[in-house]
Design a protein around this ligand. Structure first.
Ligand code: SF4
Length: 391
């Protein structure tokens, strides 16, 4: 039998590709629906568990496909239980982080929203100076199946509680548009009604401003939301905070966002990490307002997360003053409610540190559910020299 790491992941296949594979195995086409139903509705963890398939086909599929590339190494929850950070090991041992963020129902009797933040790369090459992931450097791209497997993993957890994934944001480790093909394929699988089946409008892709990727995405015929991490209204400041943004000016990014909106009809969100003394002055707010005003875009202000690295979160009054200037200029604007900062799971704090790496040393590491405060510390045992990440 093929070694597990050499097998393709079922989660990386579109229905048509699975049908082709089944045809090669001599199985009728309708078997694809049975396999996909078992994988995405019943969250089967092995082909052996798909009892509706003939035994021979189960064995043949197991020889060709991997069904469970994500292994949970550690699970930690925030004090309010609404944010859960998962440290997941891919088939080759690569560690990535996935975060589940839950929000109370907006109206009595409603269902709570469960958003999964998925990673698209292990590490990141973009090097944003305030970002823990950016300081790790780049390890490798994730395959489409490894991205989908993160949502499936969380879907399986939620099902145990009678809940399900309602939204997916591509805001975890990595720059999604720098891993373009895998990102778009993952979106297609996640939104295919025969696969994960999430509505396209419930997916948001975040980019630090990869213009070619934004334009390609606009032409995919998808209805996914786009979030652009702007962080600065002018090139000099932006190059300081996002060093690899060099080739792309703020003006070019704004133009690409406008094209995306015009082609897809989806409103673009600009993410703006507020950093004390760096990009939080009244003058900068005024400059940002002039840049965004009239575009119909939304600005999401994210007070940078409290980690080491010399970057500080502005005082509450400063954040509100910045927001007021934008609002008074007619810019749609919100201040992001931070979730999970105490477990380093908030936006801007994902990182695989040395403590995490030790977790995949040979020998099974127990998964801790609902870890207590001391256990949570295991994920950030080493004093973090890296600044926080914010997308
Ligand atoms: S903020 Fe995003 S793009 Fe920038 S280094 Fe971090 S993960 Fe990469």
């Amino acid at each position: 039998m093929t070694a597990p790491q050499e097998r393709e992941s079922l989660y990386g296949l579109l229905p048509g590709e699975l049908e082709t594979l089944l045809a090669e195995l001599g199985a009728p086409r309708y078997r694809a629906d049975q396999v996909l139903h078992a994988a995405y509705r019943e969250f089967a963890e092995s082909f052996e568990a798909m009892r509706q398939l003939p035994a021979g086909l189960r064995t043949a599929l197991a020889g060709r496909l991997d069904l469970s590339p994500a292994r949970e190494v550690r699970r930690v929850a925030s004090d309010d239980g609404l944010t859960t950070k998962l440290l997941l090991a891919m088939a080759d041992g690569t560690l990535i982080e996935t975060v589940l963020m839950q929000y109370p129902p907006s109206k009595p009797g409603g269902r709570r929203r469960s958003t999964v933040c998925v990673s698209t790369q292990a590490g990141c090459a973009m090097g944003c100076v305030f970002c823990a992931t950016g300081q790790m450097g780049f390890e490798r791209n994730l395959a489409a199946g490894e991205i989908v497997a993160q949502a499936v993993h969380v879907g399986r957890l939620l099902r145990e509680r009678g809940e399900h994934v309602t939204n997916i944001v591509f805001m975890g480790m990595g720059e999604p548009l720098a891993n373009y093909a895998a990102t778009v394929k993952a979106v297609r699988i996640l939104t295919d009604p025969r696969c994960f089946g999430l509505g396209q409008r419930h997916i948001t892709i975040s980019t630090v401003g990869v213009i070619r990727g934004i334009d390609r995405l606009a032409g995919e015929g998808l209805q996914v939301g786009l979030a652009v991490s702007l962080h600065a209204p002018n090139d000099a400041l932006r190059r300081r905070l996002v060093p690899t943004a060099g080739p792309h000016s703020v003006r070019e990014i704004m133009a690409a966002a406008k094209r995306y909106f015009e082609r897809t009809g989806r409103r673009v969100t600009f993410e703006y990490a507020l950093i004390a003394g760096e990009n939080d002055s009244d003058e900068t707010a005024g400059e940002l307002a002039r840049l965004v005003r009239g575009t119909g875009a939304h600005v999401n202000l994210i007070p940078v997360n409290p980690t080491a690295g010399g970057f500080r979160r502005p005082a509450r009054q400063r954040v509100l003053a910045f927001e007021r200037i934008l609002r008074e200029a007619g810019v749609n604007c919100t201040v992001r409610v931070e979730k999970g900062a105490e477990i380093s799971a908030a936006c801007g704090q994902l990182r695989t540190d040395e403590a995490g790496r030790a977790l995949i040393a040979p020998g099974e590491i127990p998964v801790r559910e609902g870890a207590s405060a001391p256990a949570r510390g295991l994920l950030r045992r080493r004093p973090s020299p890296a600044p926080s990440r914010s997308r």
